[in-house]
Design a protein around this ligand. Structure first.
Ligand code: CMC
Length: 392
């Protein structure tokens, strides 16, 4: 079968062609379908960006309206699916609850499982966009013992999610427009990032012709890891540890540089960016704005800025081109909005959802797609003869 190239972690291997997202890691450039991320973050809504990623062009007002109405039509969860939440332990992390519920969508929507039927793929697309925020808020309500709220489709996508998460029955819930706008913008920043670990997982699972729900559920599980989406939770826990006095900023940085097992500067470094992550620059500014506009102050924000300043002046980080990534400042905003630490990675999943869907759809339509099946470099025993049990 010819020579095999060894590339652990696919550092140099392109697994596909894609027309969705462009990154120039040296220049710190990120574009969705050609549009720079800063323009989209400032001017476009999350549903608009979802449409752009999935269908390739910005929607007209009529197209966006139609898309948004279709999504709203599917925001409720099947009552039987709602009961799934009863079975999880109360202290369960919401990420595996989310991936389990997304996986279960394949059992409820058997009319949307055929990857080669465009209408079915469209149904699965709309159902996922509609139901994942409901699932996410139910996972949260379960963890705090509050009743789950049905969606309110008079609200926008993000406002509805905020109400389902923070609202309680029989009490009007006022969506804070600052929180709504900033969360929408954060979802835009997370919406796609080409062939990252979870997206590659979604494509790999889909390459076996597994359905969209199954593929996205696998993506959620890949995102859970602390080197990927789980980093936003890990950053906050790192800052809390320093704040509690487990370490000073200096002693913590020393441990990182000494490569103590398991100690990294979480929220720093990136496989592709060897320059400031353009998303992190936008998030840092938003964190400062949100804190001042919500009249919140957080000593953890000062700690984060101190860590960044020290790291960016330290040869260890400079020589390795380690800069803050998107996860470094997001947790501080989520915290100021009232989300518990455990929900941070779920928020990343809500944002990344349209990217997973767009990439899966591109994969299934690409005639070059083959089942993902990497090779290996075998390092085990050469052939040897079986030894009978009594002779071992
Ligand atoms: N703290 C300390 N050292 C680091 C860090 C860090 N955060 N990141 C990389 N390094 C060092 C690493 O030890 C290695 O040093 P050496 O050359 O001496 O062996 C060098 O920098 C190159 O790093 P690498 O591990 O080969 O890089 P990678 O491309 O395999 O890993 C990464 C990328 C993001 C997994 C890694 O930078 C990391 O673990 N960062 C912390 C976790 C994190 O913030 N993840 C979020 C990524 S961004 C968005 C997302 O996916 O959520």
């Amino acid at each position: 079968t010819g020579a095999v190239t060894y590339d652990a972690g696919f550092v140099n291997t392109a697994s596909c062609k894609s027309a969705i997202t462009f990154i120039d890691g040296d220049e710190g450039i990120l574009r969705y379908r050609g549009y720079p991320i800063d323009q989209l973050a400032e001017k476009a809504s999350f549903l608009e960006v979802s449409y752009l990623l999935i269908y390739g062009e910005l929607p007209t007002a009529a197209q966006l309206d139609e898309f948004s109405t279709r999504v709203k039509h599917h925001t409720m969860l099947h009552e039987e699916l709602r009961r799934f939440f009863d079975g999880f332990p109360r202290d369960a992390h919401p990420m595996p609850v989310l991936s389990s519920a997304v996986s279960a969508l394949s059992t409820f929507y058997q009319d949307a499982l055929n990857p080669f039927d465009d209408e079915q793929v469209e149904m699965a697309t709309v159902r996922l966009l509609a139901k994942v925020p409901t699932i996410a808020s139910y996972a949260y309500k379960k963890s705090i013992g509050q009743p789950m709220l049905y969606p309110d489709n008079s609200l926008g996508y993000v406002a509805n999610f905020l109400r389902m998460t923070f609202g309680v029955p029989a009490t009007p819930y006022e969506v804070d427009p600052v929180v709504e706008k900033v969360l929408d913008m954060l979802f835009v920043l997370h919406a796609d990032h080409e062939q990252n670990c979870s997206t590659s997982t979604v494509r790999l699972v889909g390459s076996s012709h597994a359905n969209l729900f199954a593929s996205v559920s696998a993506g959620v599980n890949a995102l859970f890891g602390p080197l990927h989406g789980g980093a936003n939770q890990a950053v906050l826990e790192m800052l809390q540890g320093i704040h509690k006095g487990d370490d000073t900023v200096e002693s913590f940085v020393r441990k990182v540089k000494d490569k103590e097992p398991g100690v990294k500067l979480m929220g720093f470094g990136h496989r592709v960016y060897k320059n400031y992550d353009p998303r992190a620059a936008i998030v840092k500014k938003a964190a400062q704005d949100v804190m001042s506009r919500m009249n919140a102050s957080d000593p953890l924000l000062d700690l984060a800025m101190q860590l960044e300043e020290i790291a960016l002046a330290d040869d260890y980080f400079v020589s390795r081109k380690l800069y803050p990534n998107v996860d470094f400042y997001t947790g501080l905003i989520y915290k100021a909005m009232g989300f518990p630490t455990k929900m941070f990675t779920v928020l990343f999943a809500l944002g990344r959802l349209p990217g997973w869907i767009a990439q899966w759809r591109e994969m299934i339509k690409d005639e070059d797609t083959k089942i993902g099946r990497p090779r290996q470099v075998y390092t085990g025993q050469a052939e040897r003869t079986f030894v009978a049990m009594g002779e071992r």
